[in-house]
Design a binder for this molecule. Sequence first.
Ligand code: SAH
Ligand code: SF4
Length: 342
Amino acid sequence: MKKVVLSGMNISDIEEMMTALKESKFRAKQIHNWIYLKSVSTIDEMTNLSLSFREQLNQIAQVTQTKIKRKQVSQDGTIKYLVEFEDGECVETVLMRFDNRANLTACVSSQVGCAVNCSFCATGKGGFKRNLTASEIVEQVLTIQRDTGLKVTNVVFMGQGEPLLNLENVIAAINILNTDCQIGARRITVSTSGIAPKIAEFAKANSQSTLAWSLHAPINSIRDKIMPINKKYPIELMKKALSEYFEIAGRRVTIEYLLIKDLTDTLECAKALSELLNGMKCNVNLIPYNPVSENSYQKPSNNAIMKFKYLLEHSGKKVTVRLERGADIDAACGQLRGKVEQ
Ligand code: SAH
Ligand code: SF4
């Protein structure tokens, strides 16, 4: 007989199961806590259940089917997991710690592969396989918690895949992360390459979470070349969608801007970006390009990064530069492939 998988069940599912086993609702609450907050891997670890009940539960249920296929630890403490689901498909999930903060941020994938195929990103090169279910998205956070014994405090949808092309499951996952894992909606960020027709739907469902737009180039002619999605949803269309987002959610968006040497880190781009963002309710996050073997782009110089930042700040925007995490294990932005490298 196939065992019931407890992880993925909500409190009413577990209560129903307990009723069928003639156990109290309180048992359901205990089991729910073990799964989503204490994140155990086995029923045996649920030590406030009696031994005999644990044995009974073991006969019919298991905590999870998700496996860690590979784990790599970076010098800076970042951990990259290759997580395997029931059907054998794998995605990468990254745990980042920032030295001076207590926050533990999980960078989760929303799809196996990605169809958007941006020229600078390793994920897109492998093509698109399938959407992840809501439960598979949450499993990535729980896998980290089970493995480290730590509680994830922040989640960013910046792993593999385009979250707005799997919006229904992403929204459901955010609800579970929020309700069951008790991660505040304000501590969840969804990054999109810019699927304009999905923005309003995201805003209505998730007005508390942060939306980040991977803009990366302020001029359509450059953006067309590095992000083919721009031909479908060009900059102006996205700008309109984002002002609608602000109307609905009342929240500033984060503009992610990739600095590629001599392509997007130029003075011309800095000026065009300042103009484009003029009047837009946003913060800017500059991402220095992380090298991936699939293309020949180069990192910007530190000088170019500082100059670009200065110019943007001058136009009145709050600008941060993203810290590179886990580059020695290919865990930095854009380096996730989701395969075991030969
Ligand atoms: N698909 C979504 C979310 C995943 S990517 C999106 O594109 O927004 C998370 C961020 O990493 C995006 O801003 C993405 O453009 C950026 N990224 C991709 N490749 C990169 C690279 N080689 N170096 C630095 N950032 C990269
Ligand atoms: Fe997909 Fe984002 Fe990579 Fe583009 S940057 S290919 S949208 S994962």
